[in-house]
Design a protein around this ligand. Structure first.
Ligand code: BGC
Length: 373
């Protein structure tokens, strides 16, 4: 009898301990110590500065929020992404803000959330082939690609200029938009002999077609994808430069899809003795690329002010939580439905305006760079 009373007491203590421990673990980054989370945020990977920056900008914006939030990273894995969404659903989220690692693969995760009446906001990358997406906050991705291409057109001199094309991951809908935007500007200049494509037989075969179908875009992207991976970019660039003759070197132009891949590709082109100069694009205004631009190792970047995207996403989430309908500016076709979207413009940055756009706007501090005039 005494013994069983002791074990009952012991069990009760265990239960109390477990409850206290559970309460401690569920502390959300933007809220108090309750286990409920209002807004779940899932970002694709910590391995790229772009997304670490989004995390920081979310934290800055959430400091004074009344709603509790939690940010999780998927580390480039759709399985981890689904686990993250499930974990947030268990915490009772009402709104999910998510940048999919892989656009179509994320459908299962958001469908699970939708089944629990959660409002889904796709953040920067669209989730495709599902009707379980309510809103999309994004930059103007066609304009990103067009700005990159226009920079090459405006700054390349002469004709018959070797053009190296690189693209993002084909699992990312944005990679299609960036490339499409770029192609619409580059294609007439390939057709008229200003540029000659150096590294893609698929692009070469389509050089008279301005409006590419998704399938045609896929063919080119499949050949010149970087998978958003700096190492893959480096290897591809090395292979390309090894397999061309000197007629594809000299003064060249390179369409690189973002800053992480641009720096890798630029290093390869810089170390080839037969390349006398290269123009190379980028996007994201990553700090390392701003330094590359100051040092004349990267020609430009497309600045996407993440503060605006975070403000739009959280603004939408709060509208939903308050029972209102968020404002949108257009729609995006995700292959299944027209998703209501809010779009933010982008800014081209090169040596000329880097200080005005990034330092004077207080996006970065001058002390983070060297050689800035
Ligand atoms: C984003 C870019 C980013 C890339 C790689 C794209 O979806 O729009 O800003 O550089 O993914 O992460």
């Amino acid at each position: 009898m005494r013994k069983s009373l002791k074990s009952v007491l012991f069990l009760m203590m265990l239960v109390v301990f477990a409850l206290v421990a559970a309460g401690c673990n569920s502390d959300a980054s933007g809220g108090g110590s309750s286990s409920a989370v209002d807004v779940g945020i899932v970002l694709p990977t910590k391995d790229e500065p772009r997304w670490v920056q989004d995390e920081q900008r979310f934290k800055d914006a959430l400091a004074d929020s009344d709603y509790s939030t939690e940010i999780l990273f998927s580390q480039g894995s759709s399985a981890k992404e689904k686990e993250n969404v499930d974990a947030l659903l268990n915490k009772g989220i009402k709104v999910l803000i998510i940048t999919p690692h892989d656009g179509p693969a994320a459908a299962a995760a958001v469908e699970a959330a939708k089944a629990e009446d959660v409002t889904i906001i796709a953040y920067d990358r669209l989730i495709t082939d599902t009707d379980a997406v309510d809103y999309y906050v994004t930059f103007d991705s066609l304009a990103v690609g067009a700005a990159q291409a226009q920079y090459l057109v405006d700054n390349a001199e002469g004709t018959d200029i070797p053009l190296y094309l690189y693209a993002g991951a084909s699992s990312d809908n944005n990679a299609f938009l960036f490339f499409q935007g770029a192609w619409e500007v580059l294609q007439p200049k390939i057709a008229d002999g200003t540029f000659k494509v150096a590294n893609s037989s698929e692009a070469e075969a389509l050089k008279d077609t301005k409006d590419l179908s998704r399938e045609q875009l896929s063919q080119i992207i499949g050949q010149v994808t970087t998978n958003w991976d700096p190492n893959e970019s480096k290897n591809k660039a090395q292979t390309h430069l090894t397999s061309v003759g000197d007629d594809m070197k000299g003064d060249v132009a390179v369409l690189a899809p973002n800053d992480g891949t641009a720096r890798s590709i630029a290093d390869v082109f810089a170390s080839d003795g037969a390349v006398s100069s290269y123009l190379i694009t980028g996007q994201d205004a990553e700090k390392a690329s701003i330094q590359y631009i100051i040092d004349e190792k990267q020609s430009m970047t497309v600045f996407k002010d993440v503060r605006s995207l975070v403000t739009d996403a959280m603004g939408m989430a709060v509208e939903v939580l308050d029972g209102n309908t968020p404002e949108t500016t257009g729609t995006y076709d995700n292959g299944s439905v027209e998703v209501e979207a809010k779009q933010t413009p982008v800014i081209v940055v090169d040596q000329e305006n880097v200080k005005a756009e990034l330092i004077d706007s207080e996006y970065y501090e001058a002390s983070e760079f060297t050689g800035l005039e």
